[in-house]
Design a protein around this ligand. Structure first.
Ligand code: GUN
Ligand code: ZN
Length: 427
């Protein structure tokens, strides 16, 4: 079955941090042809191939983009999003750990996973890379919710064997065994990917980090995700806990947890050596701007890191992040850019939320762009979704002026429709 979508289309043939807005291709009367769950053709509507019996959905002047890719979330923190008044370590102890302790109950884990997936899709997010909790049940719940919806989704059991409550601690051996069993169960099942997930150096003993490093060495096609240099107090704690490490990144590298398929969340307060090493290895970094302002962590150096050739994705970091929306997250990235001396262009912002995050997760050959052969995960954006946005967009003279008010002021009301694997999701 061929399905043709008509509307404005936006795709990228290059990185706008290198080529500017010329990296994008925009058609004001465009078409996307979907066949067998994949994008078969993108271009101007008048030039589109016509297939007998094709279905057509006309989105008028709405914008068809790749679905958003959220490169770092904690789905188990859905119910504690927007919890007041703490910084990272006391936020984890006061809000996060008590909530995560509930996920040994498979029924509760399933309920939150379902709720999270519905929220993500309603906000136009079609792929996410999530942390679960220490409980294997929480990983099963996430993957089952994604599988039911046909989503490309990534997650792993969050491993912790110290500096966490008794009920949230595994061991070096059980972290290895449980992660391995979950990896064998889920990795490569349809559109699902298992990600090896030590929470962060402070909550893992060197033995546990080494056990997970060994597991990664046995499964080098998996991603490994963790947190890096988010808050200054955390960095000082890592220095005390790992006296032999020359810096935070070294606490991972010394245990086999640095490689091209590593994905580090936050990475705000990097030492020059860490930056150089990350770039040399080609590891991915994930910018979580609503979280970094909400928990008071600091300002990610996007322009400098991108100029240095670093691979960078964008993420909500729900529920340290204060929103499920990648639009809100782009707005926060813009604001953090301003505070660090660079006004990110709307082309760069939407590229980060789609292509950039897909690149960060090594998935750019599959998702993140409106391009022939990619999986048909799409977000359809109404660029006049509220009176405030509409009156500003009415003055727009090009696509970037039309899109920017939605980036800065938009939310789930701007997401008119979502497609997952070539199937329309009722929004
Ligand atoms: N560092 C370790 N765990 C977490 C978490 O759950 N959220 C954030 N923002 N940072 C972390
Ligand atoms: Zn996180």
């Amino acid at each position: 079955m061929t399905h043709t979508l008509l509307g404005q289309t936006l795709s990228f043939h290059a990185d706008p941090f290198i080529e500017g807005s010329a990296a994008a291709t925009h058609h004001s009367h465009g078409a996307v042809v979907i066949k067998d769950g994949h994008i078969g053709w993108v271009g101007p509507a008048e030039a589109r191939p016509k297939t007998p019996g094709e279905q057509i959905t006309d989105y008028g002047d709405k914008l068809i983009t790749a679905g958003f890719v959220d490169a770092h979330v904690h789905y188990p923190q859905t119910a504690i999003i927007a919890s007041w008044g703490k910084r990272l370590i006391d936020w984890l102890n006061s809000y996060t750990f008590p909530e995560e302790a509930r996920f040994g109950d498979a029924g509760y884990a399933a309920q939150v996973a379902e709720r999270y997936m519905d929220l993500a899709l309603a906000h136009g997010t079609t792929t996410m890379c999530s942390y679960a909790t220490i409980h294997p049940e929480s990983v099963d719940a996430f993957f089952m919710a994604a599988q039911t919806r046909g989503m490309r989704a990534l997650a792993g059991k969050t491993c912790m064997d110290r500096n966490a409550p008794d009920t949230l601690r595994d061991t070096a051996q059980s972290a290895y065994d449980d992660s391995k069993a979950l990896l064998e169960k889920w990795h490569g099942q349809g559109r699902l990917e298992y990600v090896i997930t030590p929470r962060f150096s402070p909550t893992s003993t060197p033995d546990q980090l080494a056990a997970l490093g060994a597991l990664w060495a046995e499964h080098p096609d998996c991603l490994m995700q963790t947190h890096l240099s988010e808050q200054v107090e955390e960095i000082a704690w890592v220095r005390d806990l790992f006296p032999a490490a020359c810096d935070y990144l070294d606490s991972y590298e010394a245990h086999g947890l640095l490689g091209p398929r590593a994905v580090y969340g936050h990475a705000i307060h990097l030492e020059p050596r860490e930056r150089d090493r990350l770039r040399e290895i080609g590891a991915g970094l994930v910018h979580c701007p609503t979280s970094n302002t909400f928990i008071g962590s600091g300002l990610f150096q996007m322009a400098a890191l991108k100029a240095a050739g670093q691979r960078v994705g964008l993420a909500t970091d729900t529920g340290g992040g204060s929103s499920f929306s990648m639009l809100r997250t782009m707005a926060a990235a813009y604001e953090v850019g301003q505070l660090t001396g660079t006004a990110l262009h709307p082309a760069q912002l939407i590229w980060l939320a789609t292509c950039g995050s897909a690149e960060g997760l090594h998935l750019s050959d599959k998702i993140g762009n409106l391009a022939k052969g990619r999986e048909a995960d799409l977000a359809i954006l109404d660029l006049s979704s509220t009176p405030a946005i509409a009156q500003r967009a009415a003055r727009a003279e090009d696509i970037w002026q039309a899109l920017f008010p939605t980036i800065m002021m938009g939310d789930d009301r701007a997401v008119a429709d979502v497609w997952v694997g070539g199937r329309r999701v009722q929004n």
